[in-house]
Design a protein around this ligand. Structure first.
Ligand SMILES: C[S@@+](CC[C@H](N)C(=O)[O-])C[C@H]1O[C@@H](n2cnc3c(N)ncnc32)[C@H](O)[C@@H]1O
Length: 291
């Protein structure tokens, strides 16, 4: 099951496990806002939640939005788009970089017939599987598997996981939430290209993810660059803002190989979904790419 460095392709970041602890913070946010299950709570997550609270309150007061604002925006919009895809008849769902996301639990509770596969780096996948196992939720239709998006071959690669777990004549919904911005654009585009190829083989498939636009306002731009640098140091990753605007994001996904791309601004869901509203243009966008 191990991924050797040679699986990663030349010049690729070899190990992105430094990112994993951030899943404990997002997990605590989902729980705090009533979206999660007690079985997914962690003491480290609760501690991080308290640690971050003054910073979150400060940025909410100063700029009218904070991390919790965009986490809830992206999470609930992705949920909404998943529901739409399920209504179109898709029954296979792959949540990559699942961390302590409660989405698999919620989806299976609402749609018992779907095949839910959660995937993450081996340590996080083991941790998640243990939580689901004690709550009696693991089984043929709800699995947790090790996957490394940087692996281009071997059994932890995207291709091996999809062909191993799904009916490969049927479309799938693929989600990456809170993952892609930890990688430089060239590195994450390598993963997107492989995903686009795979989705072309399963027509009707949908990819859902989020992206953060680089703000144009100089003060905000500078502040976010510094905070991104800090997060990059702490997580040993290449935290990046990939796009300046919606058009650039859309063009990039089209060029990467997805034939149909929609970039959703949270403002389009104000009043329709129970998401917090940002004072200015939200910095997060949800990407919906279809094959
Ligand atoms: C910010 S957390 C997001 C967790 C979850 N999606 C959520 O929104 O709560 C980032 C997740 O990405 C996972 N991750 C980091 N590098 C990865 C890789 N190369 N392949 C798959 N998952 C990875 C981490 O283990 C962690 O669970």
């Amino acid at each position: 099951m191990s991924t050797t460095p040679s699986d990663k392709g030349p010049g690729k970041q070899a190990d992105s496990s430094g990112i994993s602890f951030t899943a404990l913070y997002t997990g605590a946010v989902w729980h705090r806002y009533g979206l999660s299950d007690d079985v997914l709570t962690t003491s480290q997550g609760r501690w991080l939640y308290h640690l971050m609270t003054p910073f979150e309150a400060g940025s909410k007061a100063l700029i009218g939005g904070n991390i919790r604002t965009f986490l809830l925006q992206r999470h609930l919009i992705i949920d909404h788009l998943i529901e739409q895809a399920l209504e179109r008849g898709i029954t296979q769902v792959l949540e990559i970089a699942c961390g302590m996301s409660p989405r698999g639990i919620r989806l299976r509770d609402r749609h018992p017939l779907i095949h839910m596969v959660e995937a993450d780096l081996p340590d996080m996948a083991t941790r998640k599987a243990a939580r689901l196992l004690v709550s009696g939720r693991l089984g043929d239709r709800h699995q947790v598997v090790p996957m490394d998006i940087l692996a281009e071959s071997g059994n932890q690669s995207l291709e091996a996981v999809v062909s191993g777990v799904f009916d490969n004549n049927e479309p799938m919904i693929v989600i990456t939430e809170g993952l892609t911005s930890y990688f430089s654009l060239p590195v994450i585009s390598g993963f997107w290209k492989r995903l686009a190829v795979l989705m072309q083989q399963l027509p009707g498939s949908v990819y859902l993810s989020e992206s953060y636009l680089m703000p144009q306002q100089p003060f905000l731009r500078g502040t976010l660059k510094s905070l991104g640098g800090l997060l990059g140091t702490v997580t040993r990753s290449d935290v990046s803002f990939h796009f300046n605007n919606d058009q650039q994001a859309r063009d990039h996904f089209l060029a990467t190989g997805f034939p149909s791309v929609r970039v959703w601004n949270p403002t389009e869901f104000y009043g329709h979904l129970p998401i917090p509203e940002s004072r200015r243009d939200p910095m997060v966008r949800v990407i919906e790419a279809r094959s």
